[in-house]
Ligand binder design. Structure first.
Ligand SMILES: NC(=O)C1=CN([C@@H]2O[C@H](COP(=O)(O)OP(=O)(O)OC[C@H]3O[C@@H](n4cnc5c(N)ncnc54)[C@H](O)[C@@H]3O)[C@@H](O)[C@H]2O)C=CC1
Ligand SMILES: O=C(O)C(=O)Cc1ccc(O)cc1
Length: 290
């Protein structure tokens, strides 16, 4: 399959959108990559690093000539964007995204597509705790999983083109039901972020109760670094992810609370076997993580 786009417009040229823009340009998948964003500084930087060719203030002006739009802003903003410029898209245009939640978001995006415009949900499972175009790299998606979330309404040709684009980016592409996606990613991505944010905040509280002028963080080894790297992630992005995957995540947080309570009571009761059993179970599960 040869896939080529005349003009790709990336809405939100940060870590994820910027990395994709670099690939589109380097791999010759698009004649023109246009950026839409909030701050001129970030968009200028995106030009400098080769993520986009130009940027526009008013997306309406470029949408009629665009054959692929990538939504790459925090997910709560998607509907506002689609309502602002969706009606200017030409028939046959593909709108895709990179959002970390899919079920309700895909339903919303599909309902906002003008006739003849095709939505394809996508989620690269790659990234890091850094934000903005300055953090973008063209190898971000190499050997990473990329999940596509087609529905009964998805256009097969558009799906094939988005699959091809992510394969060219170096990703292993799989399709999955959007709601199953949210359950799985809730467990393996969203819950760990909840835990990392809570752990760092707990340490801040404990700092208040620390005698003298000892800085707790100055005494940490690799363990704290390993368990909390992702606590440095974007508050805006994670706020939206937590709220859009609320039902799954609340249930998952309750499961985590159950395990914290269990360990707490084993410790309180000096239950050596209980503590050891909990840790051994976790260690076995951790060894299966590749
Ligand atoms: N960070 C990660 O590791 C991953 C993030 N994602 C998803 O990718 C999307 C983008 O995330 P990142 O690139 O990490 O964030 P980022 O913060 O690096 O980039 C987002 C960009 O969008 C711009 N922006 C924000 N709101 C906007 C608005 N209303 N209109 C126009 N521009 C706006 C920001 O100024 C920024 O340049 C999110 O939806 C996130 O769920 C998906 C996979 C991994
Ligand atoms: O920094 C990390 O390890 C991540 O977990 C990156 C990440 C963040 C959000 C996603 O939707 C997918 C991947």
């Amino acid at each position: 399959m040869t896939v080529h786009f005349k003009q790709v417009t990336i809405v939100g040229v940060g870590l994820i959108g910027g990395s994709l823009g670099m690939i589109l340009k380097q791999q010759g998948l698009a004649d023109q990559v246009v950026g839409v964003g909030r701050t001129i500084e970030n968009l200028e930087l995106a030009i400098k690093i080769g993520a986009i060719d130009r940027h526009v203030q008013d997306p309406q002006l470029v949408m009629p000539g665009t054959d692929l739009v990538i939504l790459a802003t925090p997910i709560e903003s998607y509907s506002g964007h689609l309502k602002q410029w969706g009606r200017y898209l030409a028939e046959g245009t593909i709108v895709s995204d990179v959002g970390s939640v899919k079920g309700p978001l895909v339903e919303q995006a599909e309902s906002l597509m003008p006739p003849g415009v095709h939505f394809v949900g996508a989620h690269p499972i790659a990234g890091k705790e850094k934000s903005g175009a300055g953090a973008a790299t063209s190898d971000l998606y190499q050997n990473a999983l990329c999940l596509l979330t087609p529905t009964a309404r998805t256009n097969a040709e558009a799906l094939g083109k988005i699959r091809h684009m992510w394969e060219v980016a170096g990703s292993n592409v799989h399709s999955i039901d959007p709601f199953l996606h949210d359950w799985i990613l809730g467990a393996v991505s969203h819950l760990p972020h909840v835990a990392a944010f809570a752990l760092m905040n707990a340490l801040s509280d404990l700092q208040q109760h620390t005698k003298g002028d000892a800085e707790l963080l100055n005494y940490s080894g690799g363990g704290l670094r390993d368990t909390t790297r992702i606590a440095a992630s974007s508050p805006e992005m994670w706020r939206d992810i937590f709220l859009w995957n609320k039902d799954n995540l609340v249930l998952m947080i309750e499961t985590l609370e159950k395990h914290l309570q269990r360990m707490k009571s084993y410790i309180q009761q000096n239950d050596e076997a209980g503590i050891e059993h909990e840790i051994a179970k976790a260690r076995d599960a951790r060894q299966r993580l590749k």
